[in-house]
Design a protein around this ligand. Structure first.
Ligand SMILES: [Fe+2]
Ligand SMILES: [Fe+2]
Length: 133
């Protein structure tokens, strides 16, 4: 398991917690496929993960816009950085089909990023939005 459910903190908005739970579940399945070096499964779940990340980020960005969150641009910029990294690692995967490179990305950068991002930006955004969206 790449990320245990209690490693990503709960924030004060139910929708955001749901998005995070869903993403942890998908990224853990993806990580399992990477460890198993199951090329077809990695191909399949990479698309699922990318779709889910986009859904997660866009939903938060829409919520920030609607609630006029004061740091929406900075929060979105963090999403954009990760969007770029996922795109790069996906391009690298398509070319080299190297599970070790994906594993390194997931266990290092991605895991660290999601834990810190939720603690820093999502928690603050959720506090601003509250639990009514
Ligand atoms: Fe989030
Ligand atoms: Fe976020």
């Amino acid at each position: 398991m790449l990320i245990a459910p209690n490693e990503v903190q709960q924030v004060s908005n139910a929708m955001m917690n749901m998005l995070h739970d869903e993403e942890i579940e998908i990224v853990n399945s993806f990580h399992d496929a990477v460890l198993a070096k199951d090329i077809d499964k990695i191909d399949e779940l990479f698309k699922v993960l990318q779709f889910d990340i986009e859904d997660h980020f866009t939903t938060e960005e829409d919520m920030m816009e609607e609630s006029k969150f004061y740091a929406a641009q900075i929060h979105k910029a963090e999403h954009d950085t990760m969007r770029g990294k996922v795109k790069d690692i996906q391009a690298d995967w398509d070319k080299n089909k190297d599970p070790a490179a994906v594993q390194e990305f997931l266990e290092g950068e991605f895991k660290k990023w999601i834990v810190l991002h939720v603690a820093r930006w999502d928690a603050e955004t959720a506090m601003h939005i509250g639990d009514n969206m």
